[in-house]
Design a protein around this ligand. Structure first.
Ligand code: NDP
Ligand code: PYC
Length: 337
């Protein structure tokens, strides 16, 4: 680890945009990936921050993903939009469908965006937090690549399958949680392997199916476990059903990179749900959420999900985003700046 430096959000996003544009993405798509990654880095989610640059580049080079794809958006029902990302990134499909999705949710009370033929390699909460800021309850699910053994099973079937939820509250930033349904995100296992750190017990198994705390053993033919035994396993199953079966995307176990050496981004689907809470009976909804939070505080809860990320965001606004100086130098070189 070299010296730590601080950069502004705009500087980081601009450098990332240049890197992705130089490796086969359209300017628009490069900007969307850069924004997602810069948000993750700024908000302290290292597993989906600049650590992911190499994975995007090797995947783009392999020809597995189309960084210039323009999604096709289909208005299929009053509350249902279907998007074909045309082997591009879901971020582009969400961006293209965004206004229509909001209009439908306002008109009908609910709206779904089901994206298929798509790839997602980032954190999920940046996809949905903006909807909560516009007053919606929002949920998203995306499946990934088979690296999680289902509860009661003996080989990987599920992806790390995150579920993200966001809701407006009266007294502050939206309530947001965003969590893998595996004991750990695969990205955190890779970081632990790089740093030479052990995993917590119960996170994974080696190639022989034996419990291990060695991240390399998990990555080298082993697998992760769902969080919370059968309960996390059911959530992982739901994410496969909503993220792949419902959208028309691939299941995690159907992702096959063998013809594209270097590809590491799963080709799956993404499900996004918006609900207009103004249609519910609790008036106003955001004040009811605030009552719940008040009761949690009374019960001694100091940290709500999302609060660590918001705190990191505030620190970054004041002092800049902390980065390893060598990582930043490498990124600037790749960006040609
Ligand atoms: P974490 O386990 O770090 O956190 C999960 C959630 O729990 C967060 O909302 C977090 O809030 C909250 N939380 C954590 N600790 C506490 C605590 N002590 N008290 C209260 N709340 C807490 O996330 P994961 O490692 O599971 O996932 C990391 C990221 O990886 C996610 O953004 C996810 O979208 C992404 N991911 C993406 C995949 C993909 O296919 N694209 C696949 C798998 C993961 P806070 O952040 O504020 O700490
Ligand atoms: O960290 O598990 C993960 C992950 C998979 C795909 C993107 N991120």
């Amino acid at each position: 680890m070299s010296e730590q430096i601080h950069v502004s959000f705009d500087e980081l996003r601009d450098a990332l945009r240049r890197v992705f544009a130089a490796h086969g993405c359209s300017d628009h798509v490069a900007g969307l990936i850069a924004e997602n990654m810069a948000i993750a880095e700024r908000d302290g989610a290292a597993s989906h921050g600049i650590f992911r640059v190499d994975g995007y580049i090797s995947t783009l080079k392999s020809g597995w993903v189309d960084g210039k794809a323009e999604p096709v958006i289909d208005d299929v029902a009053p509350g249902f939009i279907r998007a074909d990302a045309r082997n591009g990134f879901t971020l582009a499909a969400t961006d293209a469908a965004r206004h229509q999705l909001i209009a439908k949710a306002r008109e009908n009370g609910v709206a779904i965006l089901a994206i298929h033929n798509s790839q997602h390699f980032g954190a999920l909460w940046p996809d949905i937090e903006p909807f909560a800021r516009e007053g919606f309850v929002a949920m998203s699910m995306v499946n990934s690549m088979a690296c999680v053994v289902p509860y009661g099973g003996c080989k990987p079937v599920y992806g790390t399958n995150p579920l993200a939820f966001a809701a407006p509250r009266a007294g502050g930033d939206p309530v947001v949680f965003d969590q893998a349904s595996s004991a750990m995100a695969n990205g955190d296992v890779q970081i632990a392997a790089r740093e030479g750190e052990a995993l917590p017990p119960g996170a994974g198994v080696d190639a022989g199916g034996n419990p291990t705390t060695d991240p390399k053993a998990v990555l080298d033919g082993g697998a992760l476990l769902p969080f919370g035994g059968h309960k996390g396993s059911s959530i992982a199953m739901m994410v496969e059903i909503m993220g792949a079966a419902l959208t028309g995307g691939k299941f995690s176990f159907e992702v096959d990179w063998s013809e594209h050496p270097g590809a590491v981004i799963p080709h799956t689907g993404q499900f996004i749900l918006l609900i207009d809470p103004g249609q519910g009976a609790a008036r106003p909804f955001a004040a009811r959420v605030e009552e719940l939070i008040g009761r949690l505080r009374d019960a001694g809860v100091e940290r709500l999900p999302g609060e660590r990320r918001y705190a990191a965001r505030r620190r970054a606004a004041q002092h800049g985003i902390p980065l390893d100086a060598e990582d930043w130098a490498r990124l600037r070189e790749r960006a040609g700046i």
